[in-house]
Design a protein around this ligand. Structure first.
Ligand code: SF4
Ligand code: MG
Length: 331
């Protein structure tokens, strides 16, 4: 993704005069082939809008999304769908209630003109086996299945055409807690067996830590910190990342973490605060934060620089004139 943004116009009685909602702002991100990349943040931070753009369901208002250097807008729908497939949050509503499991899983094959009946049937059996669904459920309807089984069907459908990437938007948050771990393990297992890249949209740092090699933390439409998961978890630099982490970690005195967790609600995305959007909630905010928006860049100085580590916070400014200014501000 290169400088991808998405804004919506809100109008109508509810919102008064038309307003712009900047759901995603200036997101640049690489999703390496065959990796699991997580995008995390609170609800309303723009991660689902980002997922919809990755799936070609929304067109960016600015910037561009490329696969192998080719803008996705230039690919026709069919060609695009063979490369990127979705798994949505609510498996029940994402499956057609009038179709059987076999018909649902076969749908991408039909849509892509895979006509040979024996080949189609073999592929359906194969992907059902991959997602650990008994073949006898092939002729069942979604209403006859549990939530976890429905999500397995949705994953099987995403796999059927052999895509390069599967975008999972909160794939377990609509499921019972007891089922969540099974689905996450299944995704890990499929990732190992198929080499498919996964983009995992989540609000749960504990899940992301187990699943993803790379992580991008979003706040109010922007990526505020990104890097290898192990490194971000070990040494979170952005106060928002630290707050997200402290909310899931059990207190360990030796660990030296965390910041006091932030308080309050996320601000109104149609009227974001000036400067750093996190400043009204940030326990480390100083004067500069309220007036100058930090730029996402490689953090400099004493900070360990992992591969692709990126940060937008005045506490660890990238090298440059702005950095010097921020540095003075923090003293
Ligand atoms: Fe906090 Fe300032 Fe960093 Fe924003 S830029 S996260 S307000 S310290
Ligand atoms: Mg969402």
């Amino acid at each position: 993704l290169r400088h991808v943004g998405k804004s919506f116009r809100l109008r109508g009685a509810l919102f008064g005069p038309a307003r712009q909602l900047h759901a995603v702002r200036d997101v640049s991100l690489q999703i390496p082939r065959g990796s699991i990349t997580a995008i995390v943040g609170e609800s309303g931070c723009g991660k689902s809008t980002l997922a919809r753009m990755l799936l070609g369901l929304e067109t960016p208002s600015s910037g561009e999304i490329l696969i192998d250097g080719q803008p996705i807008g230039a690919l026709d729908r069919r060609a695009f769908a063979t490369r990127v497939q979705p798994v949505f949050q609510d498996p029940v509503s994402s499956l057609n209630p009038r179709k059987t499991v076999a018909q649902i899983v076969r749908f991408p094959l039909d849509a892509h003109g895979v006509k040979h009946p024996a080949w189609r049937a073999a592929r359906v059996r194969e992907v059902l086996e991959l997602v650990d669904l008994p073949q006898r459920l092939m002729h069942s309807y979604p209403s006859q299945l549990s939530g976890g089984q429905c999500q397995r069907v949705a994953i099987a459908r995403a796999l059927a055409i052999g895509p390069e990437a599967i975008i999972c938007d909160e794939p377990t948050s609509a499921l019972d807690v007891s089922v969540q771990a099974h689905i996450l393990n299944l995704i890990l297992d499929l990732w190992e067996r198929t080499g498919t890249a996964f983009v995992l949209i989540s609000h749960d740092m504990a899940v992301v830590e187990i699943m993803a090699q790379r992580i991008a933390v979003m706040y109010l439409g922007r990526v505020v910190e990104a890097g290898e998961t192990a490194q971000v978890m070990r040494d979170p630099l952005h106060p928002y990342t630290r707050a997200l982490l402290s909310s899931v970690m059990t207190p360990e005195p030796e660990a030296g973490l965390p910041e006091p967790a932030f308080s309050g609600m996320a601000p109104d995305p149609t009227d974001p605060p000036p400067g750093c959007a996190f400043h009204p909630r940030c326990p480390r905010a100083f004067e500069l934060c309220a007036v100058l928006e930090p730029v996402l860049g490689k953090p400099a100085g004493a900070v360990p620089e992992g591969k692709g580590r990126q940060l937008a916070c005045h506490l660890h400014p990238p090298p440059g004139p702005e950095a010097a200014q921020a540095d003075r501000g923090s003293r």
